[in-house]
Design a protein around this ligand. Structure first.
Ligand SMILES: [Zn+2]
Length: 312
């Protein structure tokens, strides 16, 4: 049920609720997960509400015959596509399009979901693009990605982008957000240790932007002395990603989202970057953030990260 996400994703909840209630849906949605832990269940609650003739958003539906079929993964008008190995292949999309060319049997719409949409290869992205360019009223595309920077601009521009609130503001790191907002907006005293970590990450980023590969020589002092545990790494990467997103906002002349009290600092770093280089950095950071989940050698990981960032 969508209402389960009202507290953690208030803006998205409102957008999706309005969509259902007004009965005015887009032809294509792109959900940017931003590491939100409950993103897939949220997407499926939305899909259920789209299909349900009772338009059930906030209650468990007991009236229609469609909701139980979706729950048991047994609804013919819903097709889910996910990578087959490394990539989502053209044949997988062709199969879906072929199926969808037949008339809807039970409901009035058909929905296809593409999970890990950043894994569309060139051929599949192009065939999807053609499909998106000629939208049919009763077909809705729902794309889900953890890495929007890896996707074709032409696909993104044909979708309504629904950006979920990052993981950093939820769950175990609730304190970080408080601390971060305190640091950024100069409120009361955040806890000392968290504050030190946030400051470390931001000075690391500034050092890297000025010294590039030389950062590796001072990695212990700049990073490892303070960022030690897996949790530290997750928070630290979230902060780096937020900062680079704001650098990108700055380059695109969009108002800053996170570090607006520090606009001059962000602007200085933006001058050293291009849209292309920032997108490369964001893509790299998102990839490395995933790697932290496994028990990797963090010294090696950080050295490799710097080398990879430099490739942009
Ligand atoms: Zn229902």
């Amino acid at each position: 049920m969508l209402i389960n996400y009202k507290e953690e994703q208030p803006i998205v909840y409102q957008i999706l609720k309005n969509t259902i209630e007004s009965n005015k849906h887009s032809h294509a949605y792109l959900f940017e997960t931003n590491g939100y832990y409950n993103s897939i269940p949220l997407v499926f609650s939305f899909i259920k509400a789209l299909f349900c003739p009772e338009k059930n958003i906030d209650n468990h539906c007991t009236k229609c015959s469609i909701c139980p079929m979706i729950d048991s993964n047994n609804f013919p008008e819903l097709k889910i596509i996910k990578p087959d190995g490394m990539w989502i292949k053209k044949e997988q999309l062709a199969e879906m399009m072929e199926e969808f060319n037949h008339k809807a049997l039970i409901g009035s719409k058909k929905i296809y979901v593409i999970l890990e949409a950043e894994k569309l290869n060139k051929a599949s992205a192009n065939s999807l693009l053609k499909f998106l360019e000629e939208p049919e009223d009763n077909i809705i595309a729902i794309l889900v990605t953890s890495n929007i920077y890896q996707m074709l601009e032409t696909i993104i521009s044909r979708c309504q982008v629904i950006s979920l609130k990052p993981y950093v503001s939820l769950l175990s790191v609730k304190n970080t957000e408080n601390a971060l907002s305190l640091v950024l907006y100069n409120n009361e005293n955040p806890d000392e240790i968290t504050l030190e970590k946030i400051k470390t990450v931001i000075s690391f980023l500034k050092y890297y932007e000025n010294n590039h590969l030389d950062t590796i020589i001072y990695m212990n002092k700049l990073w490892h002395a303070t960022i030690k545990t897996k949790d530290d790494f997750v928070i630290a990467f979230e902060i780096l990603i937020m900062y680079y997103k704001d650098i990108l906002n700055c380059l695109l002349s969009i108002p800053l989202e996170y570090f607006y009290s520090y606009e001059n600092d962000v602007r200085e770093i933006a001058k050293k970057n291009t849209v292309f280089s920032v997108c490369h950095k964001l893509k790299t950071l998102l990839e490395y953030k995933e790697k932290i989940k496994f028990n990797v050698n963090t010294n090696l990981l950080m050295d490799k990260l710097i080398i990879e960032l430099e490739r942009g």
